[in-house]
Design a protein around this ligand. Structure first.
Ligand SMILES: [Zn+2]
Length: 57
């Protein structure tokens, strides 16, 4: 499980893969932060530098 915190609101997003996490992050930004919609490349970069591995609890 890969997780990343939204840098705008701190909500934790999770997905099985980085690719899926990129999709979820962009979806979250579009829905929750319409003024900060991420380009695909920007989202991928955020996930690459800030996402971390988490175990199911
Ligand atoms: Zn957010």
């Amino acid at each position: 499980m890969r997780v990343i915190e939204c840098n705008a609101c701190g909500e934790v997003l999770a997905a099985d893969t980085d690719q899926e996490l990129v999709r979820r992050l962009r979806e979250h930004m579009a829905i929750e932060h319409q003024d900060a919609i991420l380009a695909q490349a920007a989202a991928r970069e955020l996930v690459a530098s800030h996402a971390y591995e988490a175990t199911d609890s």
